[in-house]
Design a protein around this ligand. Structure first.
Ligand code: HEC
Ligand code: HEC
Length: 163
C-alpha cells in the first residue's frame, strides 16, 4: 500500500524540480540575459571579446556605438554598412529598454538614455553588483579587464551570470 503513494509523491517532487529548471531557462530566472540572436552579431562582435548581451545596454547606446565602429574603445571594429545595419537592428530589438526583461530593468537603474553609455561596466547597477570584488581579482592575469566577463562568469556567452 505504501508504494503507489510514494511514487506519486516522488513524481510530484520531480515535476516541481523540472518546473523550476524550465522556468529558469525560459523566463530566465533573475539573471538571464539572452544572447544576441543574429548570426552576424555573434560573428562580428565575438571576434575580439565576448558577445555582450544586447539586454545589458539601452537601445540608444547600441545605436551610438554602431554609428562609430571605427573608433571602438581604441580599436577599429568597422564592418560593411549592410552587416552593420543587421547587427544594429538585432541589438536594438533585444536592448535593455526593449526586451522588457526583469533584470535589465535593474541594470538600467539611474541610466540616462540620452547619454547612451557605451560601457556595461560603468552602469551604476553593474558597479554596485561588483563592489565586493577586490582589486587583486580585477588585476589577476586571467582577468585584467572588467570587460572580460567570461573570466569570472564562465557561462556568460549563454546569458547566465550566476558565477
Ligand atoms: C577589433 C576588435 C573588436 C571588435 C570586432 C568589437 N569590439 Fe567591442 N570592444 C573592443 C575593445 C578593445 C573593447 C574594450 C575592452 C576593455 O576595456 O577591456 C571593447 C568593448 C566593448 C564594449 C564595452 C564593454 C564594457 O566594458 O562594458 C561593448 C558593449 C562592445 N565592445 C560591443 C561590441 C559590439 C556590439 C561589437 C560588434 C559590432 C564589437 N564590440 C566588436 C574590441 C572590439
Ligand atoms: C573579477 C571577476 C568578475 C568579472 C570580470 C565580472 N564579474 Fe560579474 N560578478 C562577479 C561576482 C563575484 C559577482 C557576484 C556579486 C554578488 O553576488 O554580490 C558578479 C555578479 C554579476 C551579476 C549579477 C548576478 C547576480 O547574481 O545578481 C551580473 C549580471 C554580472 N556580474 C555581469 C557581469 C558582466 C556583464 C561582466 C563583464 C562586462 C562581469 N560581470 C564581469 C565577478 C565578476
Amino acid at each position: 500500500m505504501h508504494l503507489p503513494y510514494r511514487s506519486i509523491a516522488l513524481s510530484l517532487v520531480f515535476m516541481g524540480f523540472f518546473a523550476i529548471v524550465i522556468d529558469r531557462a525560459q523566463a530566465g530566472g533573475g539573471h538571464f540575459f539572452a544572447p544576441a540572436s543574429a548570426p552576424e552579431t555573434q560573428k562580428e562582435c565575438g571576434s575580439c571579446h565576448l558577445v555582450y548581451a544586447p539586454s545589458m545596454l539601452p537601445a540608444s547606446s547600441w545605436t551610438r556605438m554602431m554609428a562609430d565602429l571605427s573608433n571602438h574603445f581604441g580599436e577599429d571594429a568597422s564592418i560593411d554598412a549592410n552587416t552593420a545595419r543587421i547587427i544594429t537592428t538585432n541589438l536594438v530589438a533585444q536592448a535593455a529598454d526593449n526586451g522588457g526583461q526583469n533584470f535589465s530593468a535593474k541594470l538600467m537603474r539611474d541610466v540616462s538614455l540620452s547619454q547612451a553609455p557605451l560601457r556595461i561596466t560603468e552602469l551604476p547597477a553593474w558597479l554596485d553588483k561588483h563592489r565586493k570584488v577586490p582589486d587583486w581579482e580585477w588585476q589577476h592575469k586571467d582577468v585584467q579587464s572588467k570587460s572580460n566577463c567570461t573570466s569570472c562568469h564562465s557561462t556568460a556567452a549563454k546569458g547566465y551570470y550566476d558565477e
